[in-house]
Design a protein around this ligand. Structure first.
Ligand SMILES: *Cc1c(COP(=O)(O)O)cnc(C)c1O
Length: 398
């Protein structure tokens, strides 16, 4: 006996559901790569990515996952022995730093926690102490998909400016681009890194760099540049150079369709949708938490991310049991806790191609699982989610 037959609800924080239109755009014979459609489509994607990153800088597309774009950002701007400051707030900035270290970069970590956003004041203090300007770049994530935190990128920029420090500001937007507000140029971000499979509604396999003028300047003297990632190579006139080889044809065709959908909805509307779905999720979790089943991983309401909600499970509750039950009985798949939260948390993604019924179906299934498994929980979660959505829709009309 199962209630799982029906649509799959994949609510892990990446990869996220891919719209039918995007899948269909990829379902066609391969095309030639030296001219015509794929050359124009690559150009238009590079142009439209600027709209999504909100930059007039350069954009680059790699046939790689997010880790590839991390490596690209580092090799293109830094030199062996340079020091970077990694601002910790969960798992992903740390892992970006691990990659930097493996490449011969000196990594200093600004210690953070899994329960709070990066403290911009701590950045300012550290940079003020760096009078010799040894730190060449600051690495942070906007949303950490493991802890569920959303960092305040603009506050960090202000902290760097307050310290009068020249380091490059590099931000990982892999779990936030196309989900929450980001203004690369207005917020003074020098290098932005993202990937296709989260907010951007595409299947995994493409990732991106966006580089502002200061980053392009640093690029000229960086000595870790390698051919595949090299920005200069990719800015060349020959179409083949844009991908440093054969274009990932179907991925580009899919990305084109995904960007069309994102821009047709309008970035501001996309951001509002994510905000509303996230608020509804938090409203449900707050009710469930009253019964002790779960708790928020991030202490302050305003630091909880709008693309994924990480929740701690109660003592003695193995989250794997809950997730197994959900998939087997409802075809809802949630993310498991990772890193410091391994074995202690679940993650509900509300990112990318996600609407109200998908979210409500997911949340209702979670509440159903609590009931079926006898996990103590406050019972008004779904009601609270509905009220949150109704309230926010009312606000938008008014
Ligand atoms: C998913 C994710 C990554 C890693 O991306 P991959 O495509 O798996 O390499 C990096 N940073 C953040 C914030 C992420 O959410």
């Amino acid at each position: 006996m199962t209630l799982a037959t029906g649509s799959q609800f994949l609510a892990i924080p990446g990869p996220t559901p891919v719209p039918e239109e995007v899948l269909r755009a990829m379902h066609r014979p391969v095309i030639e790569i030296y001219g015509g459609e794929i050359v124009e489509t690559t150009e238009s994607c590079l142009r439209d990515l600027k709209k999504v990153f909100r930059t007039e800088g350069e954009t680059f597309i790699y046939a790689a996952n997010g880790h590839g774009a991390w490596e690209a950002a580092l090799t293109n701007t830094l030199s062996r022995g340079d020091k970077v400051l990694v601002c910790e707030s969960g798992r992903f900035a740390h892992n970006w730093g691990v990659m930097a270290e493996s490449m011969g970069i000196a990594v200093e970590t600004l210690p953070g926690s899994w329960t709070a956003a990066v403290d911009a004041e701590a950045i300012r203090r550290r940079l003020e102490a760096d009078t010799g300007h040894e730190i060449k770049a600051i690495l942070v994530v906007q949303i950490d998909t493991a802890s569920g935190v959303q960092n305040d990128v603009l506050a960090m920029r202000r902290a760097i400016d307050a310290a009068g420090h020249p380091a490059l500001f590099m931000v990982d937007l892999i779990a936030s681009l196309g989900a929450v507000p980001f203004e690369m140029d207005a917020w003074g971000v020098d290098v932005a890194v993202s990937a296709a499979q989260k907010g951007l509604m595409m299947s995994p396999g493409l990732s991106f760099n966006a580089a502002g003028p200061k980053a392009m300047e640093a690029h000229r003297s960086a000595n870790m540049r390698t051919r595949y990632w090299d920005w200069t190579e990719r800015l060349g006139e020959i179409p083949y150079q844009k991908h440093c080889g054969t274009a990932p044809v179907h991925l580009i065709l899919g990305l084109r369709q995904a960007l069309d959908m994102l821009l047709a909805e309008g970035l501001e509307a996309v951001w509002r949708r994510h905000r509303m779905l996230a608020r509804a999720t938090r409203a449900a979790v707050a009710e469930w938490a009253k019964g002790g089943a779960v708790a928020f991983s991030i202490t302050k309401e305003e630091e909880r991310s709008d693309s994924v909600t990480t929740i701690l499970t109660g003592e003695g509750q193995d989250p794997a049991d809950l997730l197994r039950w959900l998939t087997a009985n409802t075809n809802v798949t949630l993310g498991i806790g990772i890193g410091d939260l391994k074995g202690r948390a679940i993650r509900i993604a509300h990112m990318g191609y996600c609407n109200a019924p998908m979210l409500l179906g997911t949340l209702s299934s979670v509440e159903l699982a609590f009931k079926a498994l006898g996990i103590p929980h406050g019972s008004g979660g779904i009601q609270a989610a509905l009220e949150s959505l109704a309230h926010d829709l009312g606000d938008m009309r008014g």
